[in-house]
Ligand binder design. Structure first.
Ligand code: ADP
Ligand code: MG
Length: 319
């Protein structure tokens, strides 16, 4: 299959129709019309076979996840998804695989209203996908990592640690009951980017980040960027029944604190905005809990029932 045939068959003309796409796939550049009064939020994430996913990962889940992890970055800035490009590198053009991959990709694209406006297709020794997403956010309203203040409350959405345990189940280093196994692997394969929640936090949260590397590591980015410290009460971390049933409490907490790829939002909210926050996130239909508070220090203090707590292992880092 030729490059252009591949693009036409699997990628061109699919996904949501957006009136702000002036000229999509097929020219040297795409042309888009940004909205008046909005800023662009742009982010890129790459998935490499053998590094970010196993070679046997189902192609449909892979297509979905390649986009979902990028949408999570838009969510963390409070941006609305608009356009994306896809750099696709493959050892060969397998039709069955491309059909499944593109189905998964457009499942996420259709749901979140993001249009594929271009990309690049190349041969490569391993499968690699790099997606660049463009979102829009009202000027000056983006959520950042640097706005946390002393006294702000720390919140997270959803439950933590499921994805990391799902990965360990796939790796064969943990075991659990079949129904939990299915749920936990699904959490690893199909993270839900908190796009609506992120937009609902505009004007309420003082800082935000999405949890890709694990809570300890990602909260560390907020603390460093904001020049503050935090107390986290680990007994308040949201844990799924599947996680609690599968491993000891210590290990569950370690997954929740240091496991990667939850793609939940972690954010800080001033006391004055707490009431408005509860209303906004209930409207967005997202579960969230308060797990701690920003303090005047410069480090992260973890406590379990008032005692200092040290988790077993640390978030993933390349190099
Ligand atoms: P050029 O050589 O000018 O960079 P290409 O021949 O690489 O253009 O691509 C032709 C058109 O197809 C361009 O509009 C490009 O954005 C689009 N395209 C290429 N690969 C992909 C892909 N994987 N997904 C979506 N669009 C793609
Ligand atoms: Mg090209």
């Amino acid at each position: 299959m030729k490059e252009f045939q591949l693009i036409d068959q699997f990628f061109n003309g699919r996904g949501p129709l957006r009136r702000d796409v002036v000229h999509g796939i097929g020219d040297d550049c795409a042309l888009v019309q940004p909205s008046e009064g909005k800023q662009l939020a742009i982010s890129c994430d790459t998935l490499v076979e053998g590094v970010h996913f196993f070679a046997d990962m189902p192609a449909r889940a892979l297509g979905y996840k390649a986009l979902a992890v990028n949408l999570s970055d838009l969510a963390a800035m409070g941006a609305e998804p608009a356009w994306m490009t896809l750099a696709l590198s493959l050892p060969q053009a397998e039709e069955a695989w491309l059909s499944e991959f593109s189905t998964g990709l457009f499942e996420a694209a259709d749901y979140y209203g993001i249009a594929l406006i271009g990309g690049d297709t190349t041969a490569s020794p391993v499968k690699m996908f790099s997606i660049t997403v463009h979102g829009q956010v009202p000027a000056g309203k983006a959520l950042t990592r640097y706005g946390a203040h002393v006294g702000d409350w720390v919140y997270v959405t959803g439950t933590l640690g499921d994805s990391a345990l799902g990965l360990d189940l796939l790796r064969g280093v943990e075991q659990t009951r079949p129904e939990h196994r299915e749920y936990l692997i699904e959490r690893h394969y199909r993270p839900v980017p908190r796009v609506l929640a992120g937009q609902s936090l505009r004007g309420l949260a003082s800082s935000a980040i999405d949890l890709s590397d694990g809570l300890v590591s990602d909260l560390g980015h907020i603390l460093k960027a904001s020049g503050v410290g935090a107390n986290i009460e680990v007994e308040n971390l949201p844990l799924s029944q599947a996680l609690k049933d599968s491993v000891s409490l210590d290990r569950a907490l370690a997954y929740a604190l240091t496991g990667g790829e939850d793609y939940e939002l972690l954010f800080t909210v001033p006391e004055a905005q707490r009431g408005a926050l509860e209303i906004a996130l209930s409207h967005a239909g997202v579960k969230f809990v308060r797990i701690g508070q920003i303090n005047a220090g410069n480090r992260l203090k973890l406590q379990l029932n008032g005692e200092p707590f040290t988790p077993e292992f640390k978030g993933f880092e390349h190099f």
